[in-house]
Design a protein around this ligand. Structure first.
Ligand SMILES: Nc1ncnc2c1ncn2[C@@H]1O[C@H](COP(=O)(O)OP(=O)(O)OP(=O)(O)O)[C@@H](O)[C@H]1O
Ligand SMILES: Cc1cn([C@H]2C[C@H](O)[C@@H](COP(=O)(O)O)O2)c(=O)[nH]c1=O
Length: 260
């Protein structure tokens, strides 16, 4: 494991509370290195939900709002690379806009939201890949997301070289980073699967699409089988009173997050 991932290998978010929030939609995120098959499997998740009559929408990060799409353009195809902290803050800004204007309203209206990348991407790419650390990234993101955590995160694990060989389009600014960067990102996702096992399911994405899709359906069925406990592992942001006050949190901040 990369030293950064090792240092970060502890749980950062809270165990789901287990209390049911009837009427709220589920929040499902898909993660992995570029080309691991997230978008392909997002369609599988959407089909699975629709087949059960569950109202759902698919969004992506960065993006999903006019501001987010502008930031995506700047971040991935921009001129003049932002420094690591600026990059992390720009992803967090796009995320804040998406959470506030799209994800939370949809969840509160009972829609299930499937998000192609979310805060785990920032933990893996900026926290570990760029070496900012999980505590710094989490402290910004618990604020930008109002503490909204996924009910289920599917991490598509695949060696970066296998994923790269699958991609048909030219790589963006981040995809073009070196092999060591992408290896660190993969290891960060593996570390997240270990430390965030209450919400993260690791899927071996190096296999053919149908085998990966079968695992995805199984993960959804298992999660659904928990019944009343899902939706659960989310945030105070879904409590309407708090949602308007903007005081969501998932746990007390650590000394590191507070800055000592
Ligand atoms: N399990 C698989 N085996 C082989 N090829 C796959 C598999 N899953 C997806 N692909 C193919 O790999 C390419 C990348 O897949 P996809 O766009 O779903 O990945 P992604 O993780 O969303 O990529 P990105 O992060 O770059 O948007 C596509 O051409 C897709 O058809
Ligand atoms: C949300 C988020 C994304 N990234 C990176 C990861 C990818 O290189 C691109 C997104 O493009 P894709 O089509 O989804 O692969 O952005 C990141 O570095 N940090 C983030 O928080």
């Amino acid at each position: 494991m990369a030293p950064q991932a090792q240092r970060s290998a502890r749980r950062i978010t809270q165990e789901p509370s287990g209390h049911s929030e009837a009427g709220r939609g589920w929040f499902i995120t898909l993660e992995g290195v570029e080309g691991s098959g997230k978008s392909t499997q997002a369609a599988v998740v959407m089909d699975w939900l629709r087949a059960r009559g569950i109202p759902c929408r698919l969004v992506r990060e960065p993006g999903g709002t006019p501001l987010g799409e502008r930031l995506r353009q700047l971040l991935l195809n921009g001129e003049g690379r932002p420094v690591p902290v600026a990059e992390m803050l720009l992803f967090a800004a796009a995320r804040a806009q998406l959470v506030e204007t799209v994800i939370l309203p949809a969840l509160l209206a009972g829609e299930t939201v499937v998000c192609d990348r979310y805060l785990d991407s920032s933990l893996a790419y900026q926290g570990t890949g760029l070496g900012l650390g999980w505590d710094a990234v989490w402290s910004v993101n618990r604020w930008s997301t109002r503490g909204l955590l996924p009910d289920l995160t599917l991490v598509f694990d695949c060696p970066p070289e296998v994923a790269r060989a699958r991609r048909r389009r030219p790589g963006d600014d981040i995809e073009r980073r070196d092999d060591a960067f992408h290896q660190r990102v993969r290891e960060a996702y593996l570390a997240l699967a270990r430390t965030e096992g209450h919400r993260v399911v690791l899927v071996d994405a190096s296999r053919p699409e149908p085998a990966v899709a079968a695992d995805v359906r199984r993960a959804l069925e298992r999660r659904l089988a928990r019944g009343a406990a899902w939706p659960a592992g989310r945030s105070d942001a879904l409590t309407p009173k708090r949602a308007t006050q903007g005081t969501a949190s998932t746990r007390a901040m650590t000394r590191d997050e507070r800055g000592g």
